[in-house]
Design a binder for this molecule. Structure first.
Ligand SMILES: [Zn+2]
Ligand SMILES: [Zn+2]
Length: 446
C-alpha cells in the first residue's frame, strides 16, 4: 500500500506540474483527500495503474485457471467437516443418514465442477485475446516505424506487453482506502460537524452538543469504535467513523411507533404533541416548566445507543416509552423534566413485562440502570453533576409503597443537568427529519 501511495503522490505531482507549470507541491494525505473530493482529481486517481497479469492472458493449457480446480476439493472437505459437526450437534448417529448427507455434498460439488470445466472451455479459452493482439500489434509497429512521423496525429494503439502483465486499478477501492484513513477531526478541533457527532453519539459515554472535539468526544469515539464498529480504537474521526455513524443511525432509527409514544397524551387534546411553547425558559432547570419545542436530540440519540446495547443480550428488552412529552394541559402537567428533556422507558425481562406497583420490579430495574445506563451512557442516578444523562432514583418505601421522586416500574432518563447553552430550542426535534438532519457523509462532502 505504501508503494501505491507513492504512485498516487507521484501522479498528482506530475499532473500539477504538467497542467500549471508549477514546481511540485508538498503533498500529504489530506491533499489527496481534498483531491478525491473534486471529480477531476478523483478521475485522475481513477486512471492510475497497478501492474499484475491480465485475466485475459494465459498459456494454451490454461494452467493459471486449472489451479482453481484444487480449491473445489478443499471447499468440499470444509463443507463436509461443517456438516459432520452439525450432524453431531443434532445427534444424528445413524450411519446411513450421515452417508446421505455426505452424498448430497458430493453431488453438489460434481455439478459445480462440471460447470467450471464448461466455463473454461467455452468462455475463458475463447476470450484469451491478449496474446494475439499484443503480437499483432508488435508486428504492426515494426513495419510502420517509417510512417510514424506522417501519422503523428493519429492516436496509437495502446501497447500491450507480450508477457501479459499490465497495470490495473480498482478506483473505487482506492478512493475508499484513502478516504477512510484520513483524519478528519481530532481532539482540539472545532467544527459544526463535530457538534453533530457529539449529539449523534451522545449515548456512547454521554456528551453535550458542543462544536468542540473534547476529551469526552475522544472517549466517545473510542467507545463507538470498540463497541459498534469493532475496530481498533483511535479516538479520531475518519471517513470510516463518519460512515459508521450514519449506519448506526439508520440501524437504530427512532421508529414511527416510538415517535407516537414520545408525543404528549393530554386529554382533551390541547397540543400537537410537543406543547405550545408556553412559559419562559428559566433557571434552574429543576423548576423550569417552559414548554421546549419538542424532545432534545441528544436524549433521543442516547436512547438509540441504549437500544443498541440492549441488542447485545437477550434477557432485558425495551418495551415502550410510557411517557415522553407532557404539556401544561397534561394531567401530570406539573413536570419540568418532561417538557422535552425526559423519557420514561419500560422494559421486559425475558417474557415478563416489568410494570405496575410490584416490589419485584426494583431489582431488574436497578440491574438495567447499572449495567446499561451507567455502564454505557455514563448516566448518573441523581442530578449532582453537570452535563450528564441522569436517571431518576428507583425504589419503593419499606411498605412497598411509591416514594415521591422515585420510579418503580420504569426508568426515567433526562438531560436536566445540561447547562443552558446545551438546552437551546435548536437542539430539540419534532420528527425524524429534525432529529436526523442530513447524513454526516453529506455534510462532510459539502
Ligand atoms: Zn399536550
Ligand atoms: Zn419521567
Amino acid at each position: 500500500m505504501k508503494a501505491l501511495h507513492q504512485i498516487l503522490t507521484g501522479t498528482l505531482i506530475y499532473s500539477t506540474q504538467r497542467k500549471k507549470n508549477l514546481p511540485p507541491p508538498t503533498f500529504t494525505d489530506s491533499d489527496l483527500k481534498e483531491g478525491l473530493r473534486r471529480s477531476w482529481t478523483a478521475e485522475l486517481i481513477g486512471h492510475l495503474l497497478v501492474k499484475y497479469e491480465s485475466e485475459w492472458y494465459a498459456d494454451e493449457a490454461l494452467s493459471k485457471w486449472n489451479e482453481i480446480d484444487d480449491l473445489f476439493e478443499e471447499e468440499k472437505q470444509q463443507q463436509k467437516t461443517l456438516i459432520e459437526a452439525g450432524l453431531d450437534e443434532w445427534r444424528i448417529t445413524e450411519l446411513y443418514q450421515r452417508d446421505i448427507a455426505m452424498k448430497k455434498v458430493d453431488e453438489a460439488h460434481e455439478h459445480v465442477k462440471k460447470n467450471w470445466q464448461l466455463e473454461k472451455a467455452q468462455r475463458i479459452k475463447p476470450s484469451l485475446w491478449w496474446q494475439q493482439v499484443a503480437q499483432a500489434q508488435a508486428q504492426a509497429q515494426t513495419t510502420s516505424t517509417e510512417q510514424s512521423d506522417a501519422n503523428a496525429n493519429t492516436p496509437k494503439l495502446s501497447n500491450l506487453s507480450t508477457d501479459g502483465k499490465a497495470w490495473f486499478i480498482h478506483p473505487v477501492a482506492m478512493v475508499d482506502y484513502f478516504a477512510g484513513n484520513n483524519i478528519l477531526f481530532k481532539k482540539g478541533d472545532k467544527d459544526e460537524i463535530i457538534r453533530e457527532i457529539n449529539i449523534r453519539l451522545a449515548g456512547f459515554g454521554g456528551n453535550v452538543p458542543t462544536d468542540e472535539f473534547t476529551e469526552r468526544t475522544e472517549n466517545m469515539i473510542k467507545q463507538f469504535q470498540r463497541d459498534y464498529m469493532q475496530v481498533k480504537e483511535t479516538g479520531v474521526v475518519d471517513m470510516n467513523v463518519i460512515k459508521a455513524i450514519d449506519e448506526f443511525h439508520e440501524e437504530y432509527a427512532i421508529s414511527n411507533t416510538i415517535w407516537l409514544q414520545l408525543k404528549c397524551r393530554c386529554s382533551p387534546k390541547k397540543c400537537s404533541g410537543f406543547g405550545n411553547g408556553l412559559g419562559t425558559n428559566t433557571s434552574p432547570e429543576r423548576y423550569n416548566t417552559y414548554e421546549f419545542p419538542s424532545i432534545h436530540r441528544s436524549l433521543l440519540f442516547g436512547f438509540s445507543a441504549l437500544i443498541f446495547y440492549l441488542s447485545r443480550q437477550n434477557v432485558y428488552k425495551f418495551r415502550e416509552i410510557s411517557s415522553g412529552y407532557r404539556c401544561h394541559s397534561h394531567k401530570d402537567g406539573k413536570t419540568a423534566n418532561h417538557r422535552g428533556k425526559a423519557l420514561d422507558i419500560q422494559f421486559n425481562k425475558g417474557t415478563w413485562a416489568i410494570g405496575g406497583l410490584n416490589k419485584n420490579n426494583i431489582a431488574p430495574l436497578l440491574y438495567i440502570r447499572d449495567n446499561f445506563f451507567k455502564t454505557y451512557l455514563n448516566a448518573q442516578d441523581n442530578w449532582k453533576e453537570k452535563n450528564l444523562f441522569t436517571t431518576e432514583p428507583i425504589g419503593l418505601d419499606a411498605n412497598d409503597k411509591p416514594i415521591t421522586g422515585y420510579t418503580y416500574s420504569w426508568i426515567h432518563m433526562d438531560v436536566r443537568s445540561f447547562e443552558k447553552q446545551y438546552l437551546l430550542d435548536e437542539y430539540f426535534c419534532t420528527d425524524a427529519t429534525t432529529l436526523n438532519k442530513e447524513k454526516l457523509i453529506t455534510l462532510i462532502n459539502k
